[in-house]
Design a protein around this ligand. Sequence first.
Ligand code: FE2
Length: 355
Amino acid sequence: MVLCSLQSREAGRGRRGVGGADNYLGAGLCNPPRLVRENAPELNSSVRQRLSATILRAYGSSQRTRSRRGQDLARFSEGRSSLGVRQGLGVATRRRSRLGCPDPAMSGLVRTEPLRGEPPLLVRGDPYSVVVLLQGYAEPDGVDDAVRADGSVTLVLPQAWGSASSHREAPPEGGGAKTALEEAARGPILVDTGGPWAREALLGALAGQGVAPGDVTLVVGTHGHSDHIGNLGLFPTAALLVSHDFCLPGGRYLPHGLGEELPLRLGPGLEVWATPGHGGQRDVSVVVAGTALGTVVVAGDVFERSGDEDSWQALSEDPVAQDRSRKRVLGIADVVVPGHGAPFRVIREAPQPRN
Ligand SMILES: [Fe+2]
């Protein structure tokens, strides 16, 4: 299964990518914000954003994109869209000969493969190992489009945890968020907690790793949805980073400056990235480098699951931002832990030379 093309973020690193084969997404996904910016620069930013989101929704599937691009643009511009988007698409339609993706022959490709194994899935690493304690899911449940779901729960375990050197000390007064975060990350770090209905399963999974709730020193909540942070109450002695809110036990909140261009360092090769989109502007992901499988990104609902390229947009507060976040994650991840499915590997293929 292939998720996405890499284009804008990766161009400078030689990983431009737009797929063409059946199992490669991206033949038409292109980069809607860039297409709109380049083809309709006269539109204001709000209309450009809406137009980008519409194009993204319309062209989420590679197979249909090339044949339907012009037809869809014309239909949208005839009145299926709101006024601002219609105006924008009218401009885009007039210029649609320029609305093309880069030549796939010059592009690298990104595809994914399931990571085999049942939870708890352990990916050993130095200095951090990653254990997927509970695998998230989302499945139809009866009528009325109801869905039964819970979020993935992942443990990041410092190799040194348990040794004398990892003994946690209270962060020094005035040390600021940077010091406090790095101190908090010296013990077991939980990324998301599942919903409150998963309380017993979570406690059991932690116990299976020899970790008591009181051992957890940092809980990262990727975003504020109930199926991801429903068990924060199990960890009153842990520091909490939920979305962009960082607080120490007792509710002492510290500013930290996290942004898309400014990750938060937790330790060697361990960072929190701002990955906005799904739940709004303040979603985060945890990046763990140096595992046996390379870099693991625990991505919350930036990815619902492998193969979600036609469905994530409907659940997104900001599809343009989320598209950007997905590309950033795919640009660095060797393994992604998605919010509602099994972990998957990310495999990049080298750009093909033009014939
Ligand atoms: Fe969510």
